[in-house]
Design a protein around this ligand. Structure first.
Ligand SMILES: [Fe+2]
Length: 324
């Protein structure tokens, strides 16, 4: 989105805030209402014009490395680019993340937000794959374009999906494959990294009921595996249960956008799946022995161009030996 358009979006968001505030003021005649509306308009202006492109790197160290690794394993985890033509700042940020020298790159889907996003997204992932192995799973936005849905429905009817027009996913997949990206929807592979072999299983997106664990051969891996990694776009509990049940060490996901708009001191108010809100961003534990890291993602819905108290992010995860 151009700077001009970004300003336009922010101004529209601020105007909405002011408009609601004005109506409330006429209705209630309260200075408190007017002050609240002003704060809301300022927050919308900031979230639309500043924070949604104020990218950050989240760093975490996880003691999950199995014996035999050559060295600690560094994973760069990106998700939810929701890319629209013009958003070069987002691609530039991701390419800049390569400075962290990852051993493995994981991309957790919802890369597209426009039919013309396919070529730039393919080019970005090919650039990543030139530096380190890239494993990926798709999200619903890689199959369907955006469709307008009032934000209120995220609270009222969380499981409801609204799909836009069908995207050319086969072309996306052909481009990713040609660029050396390993797309692992309902597949499993051993991936060679600088630290050692990583056993990676991916599930299709549970949000659109594309998770088909029965298609995967879940037999135990060989001794040389240094990490067992599960990938799924939307961290529904049934998907995390699958990874936990089969003895995986860590699951990586996106989808939640960390709430996209968080209330300072409270956190996320919506996760858009059945994951507990406290786990909607960052690292948590699930089931018997699974660690989970959920990225708050890099983008936002085309129809909600704002982020507040939830900066767009990529994650750098250093996987180090566990306590003996
Ligand atoms: Fe998303």
């Amino acid at each position: 989105m151009s700077t001009h358009n970004a300003r336009g979006v922010a101004l529209r968001a601020a105007a909405v805030g002011l408009g609601v505030g004005g109506l409330a003021f006429r209705r209630f005649g309260s200075r408190a209402v007017l002050a609240g509306a002003g704060l809301g308009a300022a927050a919308a202006l900031y979230g639309g014009a500043v924070e949604r492109r104020w990218y950050t790197l989240r760093h975490d160290t996880l003691p999950l490395l199995r014996p035999g690794a050559a060295r600690p394993l560094r994973i760069l985890h990106i998700s939810d680019l929701h890319w629209i033509p013009g958003q070069h700042h987002r691609l530039d940020f991701v390419r800049g993340c390569l400075d962290t020298a990852p051993d493995l790159i994981v991309s957790c889907g919802d890369s597209l937000e426009h039919p013309d996003a396919i070529d730039p997204i393919v080019a970005l992932h090919a650039d990543l794959a030139a530096v380190a192995p890239v494993a990926m799973v798709l999200g619903s936005h890689d199959y369907w374009g955006p469709a307008y849905r009032s934000p209120i429905w995220y609270f009222v009817e969380q499981g409801k999906k609204v799909y836009g027009r069908r995207l050319d996913t086969p072309r996306l997949l052909r481009g990713l494959e040609a660029g050396g990206v390993l797309v692992l929807d309902n597949r499993r592979a051993e991936v060679k990294t600088g630290a050692g072999l990583v056993d990676i299983a991916g599930l299709g997106d549970p949000h659109s009921r594309a998770d088909l664990p029965a298609r995967i051969d879940w037999r135990p891996p060989g001794d040389r595996i240094v990490l067992r990694l599960g990938l799924v776009h939307a961290p529904y509990l049934r998907a995390l249960d699958v990874f936990d049940h089969h003895g995986f060490d860590l699951a990586l996901s996106g989808h939640t956008h960390g709430g996209q708009i968080r209330i300072p001191g409270v956190g996320a108010v919506v996760a858009n799946c059945d994951l507990p809100l406290r786990a909607a961003r960052g690292t948590s534990r699930h089931g018997a022995d699974l660690w989970v890291h959920v990225s708050a993602g890099l983008g936002h819905s085309r129809y909600a161009p704002i982020r507040f108290a939830c900066r767009p992010e990529a994650s750098v995860l250093d996987i180090v030996p566990g306590a003996a």
